[in-house]
Design a protein around this ligand. Structure first.
Ligand SMILES: [Fe+2]
Ligand SMILES: [Fe+2]
Length: 305
């Protein structure tokens, strides 16, 4: 089974590196599992919305999607059982929500199943496909990290749960890829639309993923840059409206502030010295990223001030 994984965070940190760290820290490990649970549960809701939007227009696809909901509900159930058995939190996870940021960046309003069913299906399938790929990347990296981690009873239970979910996620990726290929084969115009949708939702997914990880200085500006990059995959007439509707939240980013405070509080509580030595420099590292539109000399001035 081959799944093409999404781009690494800032082309540097991959899921394997992240998960290798996560499995060493019980608190971070349980929060990660709770995020999986939350995303699995949320995808049931999103797939159900899609079934309702289709309103019986494609019976075969509706059947596939209802099976898909059942799979995701089972994944959420397995993860909830696991977390409750481990005595962990099953509330809404702290910090930025990947799935909410992804939904905020989607251009769902541009497609109506009643006016153009194929356009609606292409955009819906491409959007599902990119998030399923990310899920596979994470579960595969998580299994790999758990193989290297101490073989405790808890780690064994976690690995067993993820190993049950992973092949079903890989099947979801294959399903989406096959349907998009069938859609592309309908006509050259369909092929062009499938390719554009792939590019757009890959950019949207990457932006949503990085938004959840990037809380360092300048993150708001990087979010705006990504918003502009996504809009470049859209027809000219749609671009301005897409960006303007999402710009205020990208700049004000209340979820980003919440993540910053949450990360800072947890790090401070655990180890005040490490907070000063590691977290503060990490926060300022954001200034060194190339994609911040700040003049280089100015950056130096700011850092030495
Ligand atoms: Fe799932
Ligand atoms: Fe899935």
């Amino acid at each position: 089974m081959t799944v093409a994984y999404p781009r690494k965070l800032n082309n540097a940190i991959g899921a394997r590196e992240i998960l290798a760290q996560v499995v060493r820290d019980r608190e971070a490990h349980l929060i990660t599992l709770n995020r999986y649970r939350f995303n699995e549960q949320r995808s049931c809701k999103d797939l159900t919305n899609l079934i309702e939007s289709l309103n019986g227009k494609d019976a075969k696809l509706t059947r596939d999607l209802s099976r898909h909901v059942a799979d995701e509900a089972r994944h959420a159930m397995w993860l909830t059982d696991l977390l409750v058995d481990l005595g962990a939190d099953v509330g809404t996870p702290p910090g930025s929500s990947y799935i909410e940021e992804f939904e905020r960046l989607l251009d769902a309003e541009a497609y109506d199943p009643n006016s153009n069913l194929d356009d609606f299906l292409i955009s819906s399938l491409a959007a599902i496909n990119v998030t399923e790929k990310r899920g596979c990347e994470y579960f595969s990296a998580h299994i790999h990290a758990l193989k290297q981690a101490p073989q405790t009873q808890e780690n064994a239970a976690i690995r067993e749960t993820i190993e049950r979910i992973f092949p079903e996620e890989a099947a979801h990726v294959r399903w989406g890829t096959r349907l998009l290929a069938e859609m592309a084969d309908k006509s050259p115009e369909h092929r062009r639309k499938v390719e554009t949708a792939r590019r757009r939702y890959t950019a949207i997914e990457q932006a949503a993923y990085e938004a959840g990880m990037d809380f360092t200085l300048g993150a708001e500006l990087r979010r705006v840059n990504k918003l502009l990059a996504i809009s470049e995959t859209m027809p000219l007439a749609q671009r301005a409206q897409y960006v303007l509707e999402r710009l205020p939240q990208s700049i004000l980013a209340p979820d980003l502030q919440k993540t910053r405070i949450d990360v800072a509080q947890r790090a401070w509580k655990r180890d005040p010295q490490a907070f000063v030595e590691r977290l503060i420099p990490m926060f300022f590292q954001g200034l060194n990223r190339d994609n911040i539109p700040v003049h280089k000399d100015k950056r130096k001035e700011n850092l030495s001030a």
